[in-house]
Design a protein around this ligand. Structure first.
Ligand code: ZN
Ligand code: ZN
Length: 589
């Protein structure tokens, strides 16, 4: 499930990156390029991050940085002006550094910092989500982050929460004041999420207050603030539902111009959004042709004596259905994953695809109870940037407790073929391996601002690279299933573009995903909903993947016989989680 991990991966990529400043110093003095410019720039990065956290206290809490937990900014016009001024100041400070005298690691950091500051201004002045997206306002999320952050004692966390919600009424009043002509889709989402968010201020929080070691006076104050916050949230929901709804006429489609800009800020690709869209359409046709070729070859093996369907899509669908029957038993699912990890390690070594670090093994475990039920069957989790040295885990959710029909449907999706692709993607040499490399060039900037398209693109590229190297025998079966898997990220890009810059309606979108993507209706309808609520994010997987493939082709062309896959992989990963565009610049010079 490559789609639900961006948040987890935010944490993941960051793991260990900051854990020791000694490590950072060693890295700098070891490299011959540790110039005075780099030393000065490293100091500036610390300040930059502190300022980033100061202006984004909720984001900071979610990364395990708790200095600004107690801070809540009221989202007024004055506040946006202050943010823009801070961004302008940051850009001016960055211009004071001589880019060319910085190390490659710092140069990529520099470019990411510039992009971050420009993005802030663009969001405030041009995209203006604060005006049309009511779901931007929700106090329950930052409060839940603080409450669940276990690294501080309960009393300290509750004090932070008490300060944070002290101005809840003002916060929601500013939200109501900002909003005009929202989209109906984001309005519905805001109602749902704020209503749901009331739970954060419910009995569990009050229990914590009762149990905490705080003076009675502080407890009373906090209980009163919790009540006020609940009222403010209910009033906000009422406002959205009764007053704002008639004005909710804005289209959820941001249109071609804003889409192209958002693509530039969020994805940071070499190609334009339009180019990537065309690339995805061409790739879709290639995938369908490849699937047809393989399904046709496989037909007699699985359907001996039965006539080959004339309709190629039906042919592919039948073979996929047949192959999906081969899967682990519910009780053996975790064991199947556990067994594959050493095989992946071995294959990567044997084929010399990249150097692995045997001192940092990935620990496969059953997903802890408190993390279950999110729908993510497998995920990688690593300690956050501000807590030290713990293991990295590959969480796999056991299926034996699930209703039989549900487990069966899940196992058909993660059958013997796609399970291998999933493990490559999530673990080796996908996300987990990328993380190990990223941590070798420790960068607070890449830990915090890591580029999602690069991270997801690498994991998708890793799947393909493994199959190209002959993993799973390079059989028609595994390639056909990879094609289907890859079709999902390809169609995500196509759908994102058609929804946000075009006029496609739900029935056509669902039909596209079911027919050309071989998806179930439920998955297709969820995807439609996601495509109306987010912009550009759905394009990140395919964009990152195709940019890495394009870079590899470019280097193959340039280097001819001397091109070496291992060198390519290792050099690519050595820059940390920077956008492929910046890595390309470093690798081509
Ligand atoms: Zn992924
Ligand atoms: Zn079955």
């Amino acid at each position: 499930m490559p789609h639900s991990y961006s948040r987890l991966l935010g944490l993941l990529v960051v793991a260990g990156a900051l854990s020791t400043s000694a490590c950072q110093r060693r890295a700098d003095s070891d490299s011959a390029q540790a110039s005075p410019a780099d030393i000065g720039f490293d100091r500036y990065k610390e300040r930059f991050i502190d300022s980033l956290w100061y202006y984004n206290p909720g984001w900071a809490s979610s990364q395990g940085f708790h200095k600004y937990d107690a801070v809540l900014f009221i989202p007024t016009a004055g506040r946006r002006q202050v943010e823009n001024q801070a961004a302008a100041r940051g850009l001016k400070e960055l211009r004071g550094f001589a880019f060319d005298s910085l190390s490659p690691n710092n140069q990529t950091d520099y470019l990411m910092m510039v992009n971050q500051l420009r993005t802030t201004r663009w969001q405030n002045d041009t995209l203006r989500g604060w005006e049309w997206n009511p779901a931007q306002y929700n106090l329950s999320e930052p409060v839940a982050e603080i409450l669940n952050g276990r690294y501080q004692p309960l009393a300290a966390r509750l004090r932070s929460i008490s300060s944070k919600i002290n101005r809840a009424t003002e916060y929601y009043a500013a939200a109501e004041n900002n909003l005009r002509n929202p989209t109906k889709e984001h309005l519905e989402l805001a109602i749902l999420q704020n209503r749901g968010g009331l739970e954060v201020f419910g009995p569990a929080l009050l229990d914590s207050v009762n149990r905490a070691e705080l003076p009675a006076r502080e407890k009373d104050e906090l209980r009163a603030r919790i009540e006020t916050t609940r009222q403010a949230m209910q009033e906000y929901v009422h406002f959205l539902d009764k007053e704002l709804r008639p004005q909710a006429r804005r289209s959820f489609r941001i249109g071609p111009e804003l889409f192209e800009q958002k693509f530039r800020y969020d994805i940071v690709a070499s190609a334009s959004a339009d180019d990537v869209f065309r690339r995805a359409q061409a790739h879709k046709q290639e995938l369908l042709q490849d699937m047809n070729r393989r399904a046709t070859r496989l037909w007699p093996k699985y359907f001996a004596g039965q006539p080959l369907p004339a309709d190629t899509l039906a042919r592919i669908r039948e073979v996929i259905r047949k192959l999906s029957e081969k899967h682990a038993p519910p009780a053996g699912f975790v064991a199947a994953v556990r067994q594959q990890i050493p095989q992946l390690v071995q294959f990567v070594d044997a084929k010399k695809l990249l150097t692995q670090d045997p001192t940092k093994p990935l620990v496969v475990r059953e997903t802890p109870l408190y993390m279950r039920g999110s729908g993510a069957g497998a995920s990688v989790s690593a300690p956050g940037p501000y807590d030290k040295g713990a293991d990295t885990y590959y969480n796999v959710e056991p299926l034996d407790g699930q209703p039989a029909a549900q487990a069966e449907s899940y196992l058909r999706e993660y059958n013997d073929y796609t399970l291998q692709i999933l493990n490559i993607h999530e673990a080796i040499p996908g996300h987990y391996t990328q993380l190990v490399y990223a941590n070798r060039s420790p960068s607070i900037i890449k830990a915090v601002l890591g580029n999602g398209a690069m991270i997801e693109g690498w994991a998708v590229y890793a799947e393909r690279m493994m199959l190209e190297s002959g993993y799973a025998g390079g059989s028609d079966e595994i390639w056909l299933m990879w094609d289907k898997w890859n079709m999902r990220v390809t169609l995500n890009t196509i759908l994102d573009h058609l929804v946000q810059t075009g006029t496609i309606a739900e029935p056509q979108a669902v039909q596209l995903l079911m027919r050309d993507g071989f998806q179930e209706e439920a998955e297709a309808r969820n995807k439609w909903r996601r495509a109306t609520l987010s912009q550009v994010q759905l394009s990140s997987y395919f964009t990152g993947y195709s940019e890495i493939m394009a870079l590899r082709d470019e280097l193959k062309q340039k280097q001819g016989k001397s091109f070496d896959l291992k060198n390519f992989n290792e050099q690519f990963l050595s820059y940390g989680s920077a956008p492929v565009k910046y890595i390309r610049r470093m690798m081509l010079r």
